[in-house]
Design a protein around this ligand. Structure first.
Ligand code: FDA
Length: 508
């Protein structure tokens, strides 16, 4: 006799096999752990109490992908779609309430076709940013894509949630540069921009992954860049007051530099010897001379000199920022090591006073291992209207803060303490950041903001679920765009087939 779970797995595997989908792995297969763990970036979701999927399916074609969706539904299994697996809360490979589920992993759908004449690219969503950047860089030294900085992020997740990167002050988010898309809906229909309709096309570009169906491919606008760009990483160490002075000044400079400048702050927490270290990371679509002349005028306190600056092609700079050695390493889906982590985010609209910045720097320097990243907005980010895409953080936003704590296996006993510190830091920052609602970036998922509570694989939703979602995480991620997202969800997925802890609920 089969247990109900075994019966579901058996029905899924016969359905897949009978429709010619052969690349999948069940818990008893030798490849199962390797495939499941391959794209788990946050080791918090490898712990024994995390429910594991009934199968990992690796479609090799859009038809395989369509069949995988339909077979999962046929077997009453929830669906989790995974592209690069970078979800901060593991939503692409876990379920809440022990709901049985299948992971559809898109890593084999990673082809990128660049058309340098029309400055566009079709990319399957299992491709990573590194794979896309590599293909764009090979096609032309003067084309680029405006995406994020980590090369192993998947295009499925990053574009669905917005996608802020080093070119965003000049060209907007990744999602602002989507020209068309192919979406497979819950009924297996294959839709493009015109057949999915403008509401759904609006929703999939920033409304977060995992709510709408599976985006099989994006058509992306490529943007013009000089054949050489300038990059730099400037490290500064000193007493709290000095570092606070630098960050305080940066708030006035970073968001107001010319659009071709990106200048962010990376602040490792937990310095213990009295001095604090920080780095300023920059990319400029221009020469070293231009960079020096602008920064010496606008930010003399930073003291950037010519020896800090390097000129290189845009694609080389993406490798440098991703902390990898060569352009061909952009194709490596798994560089570096993973850790256990928890992250949160905020938006700042008014510069923090210098005296408060001193207190904040002191607070951070006493923290556990982690990092605070300040990403400057302004420029093109501020010229897109808040309602043009679901991502609302445009005019009036100075910068985004990302708060992270990390630890490794040997420090697992301190996990609760570290996460507790991060939450107190978040409370401490309340008076300095956006309010009513307090904003957060959907790509920096944070289940502390609240969660849906589906107890059935295709759990239906209701006005109550919508109200709960809006008042907790919905308004934080999407502001006034949340209700339009609910309407788009109700159009494309009224039965709430694509759901997760923070998916957009449908109204029926
Ligand atoms: P993953 O595969 O985990 O998917 C994330 C969500 O999207 C899940 O809900 C998943 O189901 C859904 N999804 C995935 N593919 C889908 C598809 N084809 N169709 C529909 N839904 C799909 N962000 C940023 O904007 N700029 C940055 O520079 C960085 N940098 C960065 C560095 C590191 C180390 C991490 C861990 C994260 C970032 N991020 C980021 C955040 C990142 O953009 C965010 O975590 C993305 O959702 C990751 O996308 P993946 O496809 O890798 O994740």
């Amino acid at each position: 006799f089969f247990t109900p779970a075994q019966a579901q797995t058996s029905s899924l595997s016969s359905c897949l096999a009978s429709h010619g989908v052969s690349n999948f792995s069940l818990p008893a297969s030798p490849s199962y752990n390797t495939l499941l763990n391959f794209s788990i970036r946050n080791l918090r979701f490898t712990l024994p109490d995390v429910t594991r999927p009934a199968a990992v399916v690796l479609p090799g074609s859009p038809e395989d992908l369509r069949r995988a969706i339909l077979c999962a539904r046929n077997g009453s299994l929830a669906i989790r779609v995974r592209s690069g697996g970078h979800s901060y809360e593991g939503l692409s490979y876990t379920t809440e309430n022990h709901v049985p589920f299948v992971v559809i992993d898109l890593m084999n759908l990673n082809r990128v076709r660049v058309d340098s004449v029309s400055a566009s690219a079709w990319a399957e969503t299992g491709a990573t940013l590194g794979e896309l950047y590599y293909a764009v860089g090979r096609s032309s030294r003067s084309l680029a894509f405006s995406g994020g900085s980590c090369s192993t992020i998947g295009l499925g997740g990053v574009v669905s949630g917005g996608g802020f990167g080093l070119l965003s002050r000049k060209f907007g988010l990744a999602a602002d540069n989507v020209l068309d898309a192919v979406l497979i809906d819950p009924n297996g229909r294959i839709l493009d921009r015109s057949s999915m309709g403008e509401h759904v096309f609006w929703a999939i570009r920033g409304g977060g992954g995992g709510s709408w169906g599976v985006v099989y491919a994006w058509k992306l606008r490529l943007v013009p860049v000089p054949t050489d760009v300038t990059m730099f990483i400037v490290d500064r160490t000193g007493p709290v007051e000095y570092i606070a002075g630098l960050v305080h000044t940066w708030q006035h400079v970073g968001p107001n530099l010319p659009d071709e400048f990106y200048l962010s702050v990376y602040f490792p927490t937990g310095s213990s010897d009295g001095n604090v270290s920080i780095s300023f990371q920059g990319q400029v679509l221009g020469t070293k001379q231009h960079t020096l002349s602008v920064l010496s005028q606008s930010f003399p306190l930073l003291g950037v000199t010519e020896s800090d600056l390097s000129e290189m092609s845009w694609v080389e700079s993406t490798a440098k920022f991703a902390n990898i050695d060569t352009i061909s390493d952009l194709l490596n889906r798994r560089p570096g090591t993973n850790s256990y982590s928890k992250s949160k985010s905020d938006y700042v609209k008014t510069p923090i006073l210098r005296k408060h910045m001193v207190e904040i720097v002191r607070y951070l320097s006493a923290g556990p291992p982690g990092s605070i990243i300040l990403d400057p907005y302004g420029g093109a980010m501020a010229r897109v209207r808040s309602s043009d895409t679901p991502f609302p953080y445009r005019t009036g936003i100075l910068y985004c803060i990302q708060y992270n704590v990390y630890w490794d296996r040997s420090d697992q006993a301190h996990a609760g303490e570290y996460i507790g510190w991060l939450r107190s830091l978040y409370t401490y920052m309340t008076r300095h950041v956006s309010k009513d609602p307090r904003g957060a970036y959907v790509n920096y998922l944070d289940l502390d903001l609240g969660a849906n509570n589906w107890t059935h694989p295709m759990g239906g939703s209701s006005m109550e679920a919508v109200t709960h979602a809006r008042s907790s995480w919905g308004a934080a991620y999407f502001g006034n765009n949340f209700d339009r997202l609910v309407r788009a969800k109700t159009m494309i997925d009224p039965g709430n087939v694509f759901n997760n802890a923070q998916s957009i609920p449908s109204l029926y």
